[in-house]
Unconditional design. Structure first.
Length: 455
């Protein structure tokens, strides 16, 4: 028994000795435990021209020694399907990855790295840079080029703008016929080229300054886009035809809106190279002149006398490269020579313009309309054509409706209805109080209506 006890004691002592050696081995590995550096917490991409800038930590401009990344001392970016990497020997608040020439989406994986080369947990982001191919696909409107035998005007009539970029101006250069280089940076989207040879093609180098947008956000870089413009000069005979085209601006229509107001609708050349001089009379009979600038398509006149011979106008073409001014002929605009039609509750057809009573146009007495007709009790007015929209002749006085007294003369005004303004025609009509046969004279030269019972 005693021998058994001694044996067990010897085994226990040996076991304790072996365990001590085991913990010594674990201790040597414990001394080499890896502590990974802190990671970047945000990675926000911003697109540039063939580059992407990645904001890290949301801490732009913070010195590296103040960035809270523990033992990290370097920054590593891996991108382009893990084929490329960018190692920066410091902790940074942003990183600029350049040389991204392909128009594709790049994925960027960012690590912080400690002095032993240990990487942090990664953070990733993706972006598509703006590249040379994108720049070539930017749409910039072509200018209008107006040439003479020795000069030309290059103009973007409506300016240069696009949802695809912010525009900041242009510069140009070309070589004149004497070999001298000409260049400039105009404040507007137009410029002149001079000192050219007749029937010669001259290439004008034009550079547009702009900042493209990606997903409606401006990129980081300002770019210069080259779009050359070829200018071909013409002969004197051809230039005469050009001038005639610009002096061809005419009145297409005049709309009248109540007493002493009108809207002129212009047609013809619309290039911003001309103005139109307009002359008309005010309601007091005073002659007034007005310059209609550039490519205006409508002109509103207030306090205007509404007579059939309403206004005179002429176009003025200024050729800016040489400063020459050319004038068109004075033209007269008058009311269209049409019949008048009486419509209203005072006739069986009511307000049906197709069945209105016609007052024919008399070439021997223009704009004076006379007629004898039977009227019921009720309202009426006059139309210039068989439709409710268009030029109307109606009383000057406002609602309620005028009640006409036979033998009297009433002032009228011209009014242009739009298709939606004719219903229900309650605001301005004449009103006949007694059924009977009446002689009616509409005098648009003096803007009056005379109304009396027939004998």
């Amino acid at each position: 028994m005693k021998n058994l006890f001694n044996f067990l004691m010897i085994v226990s002592i040996c076991s304790l000795s072996s365990c001590g050696d085991m913990f010594d081995n674990v201790k040597q590995y414990g001394d080499k435990e890896t502590v990974y550096p802190d990671k970047y917490v945000t990675a926000t991409p911003r697109v540039g021209y063939e580059r992407v800038e990645i904001e890290l930590l949301g801490a732009g401009g913070v010195p590296a020694n103040e960035l809270p990344l523990g033992k990290a001392v370097k920054t590593l970016v891996i991108y382009d399907n893990d084929d490329k990497e960018l190692l920066i020997d410091s902790i940074v608040s942003s990183v600029n990855v350049t040389g991204l020439t392909e128009s594709k989406t790049y994925t960027f994986t960012v690590y912080s790295v400690d002095e032993y080369g240990n990487r942090s947990v990664p953070i990733s982001t993706s972006a598509m840079p703006f590249t040379a191919s994108d720049l070539g696909n930017l749409l910039i409107a072509n200018p209008v080029v107006v040439s003479s035998p020795s000069a030309a005007l290059i103009q973007w009539i409506n300016g240069i703008s696009s949802a695809s970029y912010d525009y900041y101006g242009l510069s140009y250069s070309y070589t004149g016929k004497d070999g001298a280089k000409q260049e400039g940076s105009p404040a507007e989207t137009k410029f002149s080229v001079t000192n050219l040879k007749e029937l010669q093609v001259t290439t004008v180098d034009v550079k547009h300054k702009l900042i493209p947008k990606v997903n409606n956000v401006a990129i980081l870089d300002t770019l210069y886009v080259e779009r050359p413009v070829d200018v071909k000069t013409i002969t004197e005979a051809e230039f005469e035809e050009v001038k005639k085209g610009f002096l061809d601006k005419t009145v297409s229509e005049i709309s009248f809106y109540g007493a002493q107001s009108a809207l002129i609708h212009w047609t013809g050349a619309n290039i911003g190279l001309l103005k139109t001089e307009l002359k008309y009379n005010t309601k007091s009979g005073k002659s007034t002149s007005l310059d209609i600038e550039l490519h205006t398509t409508q002109t509103y006149l207030k306090d205007a006398e509404q007579k059939p011979a309403f206004c005179q106008y002429r176009s003025v073409f200024t050729f800016e490269p040489t400063g020459e001014i050319f004038y068109g002929d004075w033209l007269q605009w008058s009311l269209p020579q049409t019949s008048l039609y009486l419509v209203g509750d005072a006739i069986p057809a009511k307000f049906d313009p197709l069945k209105g009573i016609e007052f024919p146009f008399d070439p021997g007495n223009p704009y004076v309309y006379t007629g004898r007709l039977a009227l019921n009790t009720g309202s009426f007015r006059f139309l210039s054509k068989r439709e409710l929209a268009g030029l109307n002749v109606r009383p000057v006085d406002k609602y309620p409706q005028d009640q006409l007294t036979p033998g009297a003369t009433y002032s009228v005004q011209l009014y242009s209805n739009t298709p939606n303004e004719h219903v229900p025609f309650k605001d301005k009509n004449f009103y006949n109080q007694e059924a009977g046969t009446y002689d009616i004279t509409v005098d648009l030269n003096n803007l009056t209506v005379h109304y009396e019972k027939a004998n």
